[in-house]
Design a protein around this ligand. Sequence first.
Ligand SMILES: Nc1ncnc2c1ncn2[C@@H]1O[C@H](COP(=O)(O)OP(=O)(O)OP(=O)(O)O)[C@@H](O)[C@H]1O
Length: 213
Amino acid sequence: MNIQFNQVMPFPLASISHGVDSIWGNEAKLEAGKKILLNASSGKGKSTFSMTVFGIRKDYDGTILYDGQDIKSFSVDEWVEIRQRRISTVFQDLQLFHKLTVAENLLLKNQLTDYKTEQEIKSMLNQLEIGHKWNDPCGLLSMGQQQRVAIVRSLCQPFNWLVLDEPFSHLDEQNSMRCLSMIDAECNRQNAGFILTSLDDDNRFSYDYELKL
Ligand SMILES: Nc1ncnc2c1ncn2[C@@H]1O[C@H](COP(=O)(O)OP(=O)(O)OP(=O)(O)O)[C@@H](O)[C@H]1O
C-alpha cells in the first residue's frame, strides 16, 4: 500500500516554520514496503504525524491517500479493517493496559486476527529478554520493558505498514538493536514497510530513505 501526503499541514503546526524538505506542506510518498526514517527535532510533529497517518487525528489541511483513496473518506468499519490488517503502530505513550498482564495485553491483540501462536509470542518476548514478565501487570514493568511489550504487540497482526513513534527512547543500544532486527525480520516476512520516527539521525540501520518534518 502506498501512502501519499499532499500539502498536509496539521493545524497546530501551521504557525511554525518548516524546512523546504519537510513533509508538512509538501508532497511526500511513503512507498509500499520501504523502510523509512522520519527524523525531526522535538516539537516538529512526529507524534502528530503518527496519529494523523493512522487516522486518529483529522485536524489538518491537505490530503492523505492510501493507494489513491483519501483517508478522510473511510468509514468506521473500514478503519477497523485497516487497523487490524494494514497498519500497526507503536505510539509514544504505548497504550498498554496497565492493570492487565503482559500475556493479556498481547493475547488480547493477537486474538483479533490469530496471527501468531502463543508459542511465537513467548519466543519474541524471550528474544527481547522479558519472557519472565509474562504474568506481570504491564504497569509494574519498567518503561524500557513496556516499550518492548508494545513492540511485540505491534507485530502480533498482519500489516502493510508499521508506524513506530520513537520506540527505543527508553532502550539501551543492545535492546534497540534486538528490537530493530525483530521489526526488520517481521517486515520482511510480511513484505511490509515501516516508518520509524527519531529525534536523531539514527544511523544504526540502513533505511531505504529518510524523510523530514
Ligand atoms: N491537539 C493539539 N492541540 C494543540 N497543539 C498540539 C496538539 N498536538 C500537538 N500540538 C503541538 O504540535 C507540536 C508538535 O507536537 P508533537 O507531539 O507532534 O511533536 P513531536 O515532534 O512528537 O515532539 P517530541 O519529539 O518532543 O515528542 C507541539 O508544539 C505541540 O504542542
